[in-house]
Design a protein around this ligand. Structure first.
Ligand code: DQQ
Length: 518
């Protein structure tokens, strides 16, 4: 074990795992680190059939410090086996941390490209792996790029997207240009060690829009991820019109804001944007996403579900950070992305309740639907009349004599526009989600197309982790009920036809005792 060096390391490391496991708010079927701190997904990939999930990890405690690369593998994207730490800081360019990066296949050699942190700044580094991807050797050329582009005043410079194009490697490094906006710098290399700077792929405009807006592009782009949605690979001539997608996490002066994506066309050395979109209406609760194409050709994305409780509460809990379920990414006819948990997750479904179709009407009188739990997968097919509202209450506890008036409840609302069009909105109200006054309860919402009023709603509850998909549009949130609430209720205003409701309890994925240093 490392020597405890940080003032926040108040819990002895040999107590951390037990402390984390004892927390009733810790998810049971989402990947979490053995204990301590987890943030971004890194090096997400499938290698000879096995899925690899690396992640930003601090085993010293639940705070961001001296970041290492944790590692877990899976054969099904559902259950994960902890593997030894892949990267940890050492003397040199990553002395203060091994920050985010990716895994590429360099002619059969697994290779990591990551941000080494030293003297308060980050620079690109490379490590090569053993054939089983379990031991990693940093290359002597590190840092492989000595500094951000000369003459550019950058706000920050880190995180990588690396791909093969023709006979060369190409790399994006996330950054921002002061007084202008976020950007991704493009480089080229023939060996992953020596890189030629090409230029900014595309520069955002931080002066556009209100910095408080949920689609403000920020002053720096973290964790850039460029991919072709659909057929073809980056840089190839597309036959079916599949757009390219540039995903980034908008950052501003230390503030992790929200994931966004541009659709457009990457050609030559530039990205021609067509439209900007919010990637997840939960904002920072699905941050720093990273995706890969698996061996079946599917695009799979993970994101970091940040905490919504205070730094002190995280430290006290002994753990922080949840990895989202792996999401299948597809392109809808309107040229925007749709997301769904990979179907493999259905393996965790256990007890099933199916409610017959019924019409919900009335003035929001909650209906007890005979489903309860805080580890659930709920799937509803709905038809909303113009102006109708569906209100799904979860993680609820009733208190006092009036059981219709829950003391705690997280409320998921779908509303269809009154004009009879296919416009609608998804909203999550967490104002009564917790009696703990210190947790984040900010409202989250965004538009959802509802053709003819139809909505497929999927809600995944895993203690404090909530993932919602309305017609494939995600809203990720965290909730911290203090009363162990398991109540699920439905209410409607106007007419909502519930065509079907299926609910499953979900099994746990982490068995046996885990250790901080597998
Ligand atoms: N987290 C990493 C950075 C990245 C940020 C450090 C995003 O590489 O920019 O842990 O959450």
């Amino acid at each position: 074990m490392t020597e405890l060096t940080h003032p926040l390391a108040t819990i002895p490391q040999d107590e951390l795992v037990a402390r984390a496991e004892a927390d009733p708010l810790r998810p049971r079927f989402h990947f979490v680190s053995p204990a301590g701190w987890l943030n971004d997904p890194n090096g997400v990939s499938q290698w000879n059939g096995t899925y690899h999930l690396f992640y930003q990890y601090n085993p010293e405690g639940a705070f961001h410090h001296r970041i290492q690369w944790g590692h877990a593998t899976s054969t099904d994207l559902v259950t994960w086996t902890d593997k030894p730490i892949a990267l940890e800081p050492s003397e040199g360019p990553d002395a203060e941390g091994c920050w985010s990066g990716v895994l590429v296949n360099d002619g059969g050699t697994p290779t990591l490209v990551y941000s080494g942190r030293s003297e308060g700044k980050e620079l690109p580094c490379v490590a090569v792996g053993s054939p089983d991807l379990l031991s990693w050797t940093k290359v002597p050329e590190n840092p492989v790029i000595a500094a951000p582009p000369a003459g550019v005043d950058t706000t920050a410079y880190r995180d990588h997207c690396v791909w093969r194009e023709g006979t060369k490697w190409r790399q994006l490094v996330g950054s921002g240009i002061r007084q202008r906006g976020g950007t991704a710098f493009l480089y080229e290399s023939s060996d992953l060690r020596s890189w030629d700077y090409i230029g900014p792929l595309f520069i955002g405009d931080a002066s556009q829009g209100d910095p408080a807006d949920t689609d403000w592009t920020g002053t720096m782009w973290e964790c850039v991820d460029l991919f072709r949605a659909g057929q073809g690979s980056l840089g190839s001539v597309t036959s079916d019109g599949s757009p390219d997608v540039l995903v980034f996490s908008a950052w501003d002066d230390g503030d992790t804001r929200h994931p966004l994506y541009w659709t457009g066309r990457y050609a030559g050395d530039a990205f021609e944007p067509a439209a900007l979109h919010r990637l997840d209406y939960g904002g920072r609760f699905f941050y720093a996403p990273q995706s890969f194409q698996d061996e079946a050709g599917r695009r799979v994305m993970f994101g970091w579900m940040q905490e919504g409780r205070s730094d002190a509460a995280m430290v006290e809990a002994g753990w922080s950070g949840v990895m989202s379920l792996p999401r299948l990414v597809t392109m809808a006819d309107d040229g925007t992305l749709r997301f769904a948990p990979v179907p493999e997750i259905n393996k965790l479904r256990r007890e099933h309740t199916r409610l017959p179709g019924q019409v919900l009407t009335g003035a929001l009188v909650p209906l007890d639907i005979g489903v309860s739990g805080n580890q659930l997968d709920l799937e509803l097919d709905l038809q909303l009349a113009p102006g109708a509202l569906l209100r799904l209450g979860v993680l609820g506890s009733t208190g006092g004599s009036n059981s219709d008036n829950p003391t705690e409840e997280t409320v998921i609302e779908l509303r269809r526009a009154t004009d009879g069009t296919g416009h609608g909105a998804l909203h999550v109200d967490r104002t009564r989600s917790s009696l703990d006054p210190t947790v984040d309860v900010e409202d989250k919402s965004g538009p959802v197309p509802m053709p003819e009023g139809r909505v497929h709603l999927r809600v995944i509850l895993d203690r404090s982790a909530v993932e919602i998909f309305a017609n494939g549009i995600p809203l990720t949130a965290r909730a911290y009920p203090t009363l162990g609430g398991e109540r699920v209720s439905l209410a409607a205003e106007g007419t909502v036809q519930m065509l079907s409701l299926d609910a499953w309890t979900m099994a746990e994925i982490h068995e046996g005792t885990r250790t901080l240093f597998p």
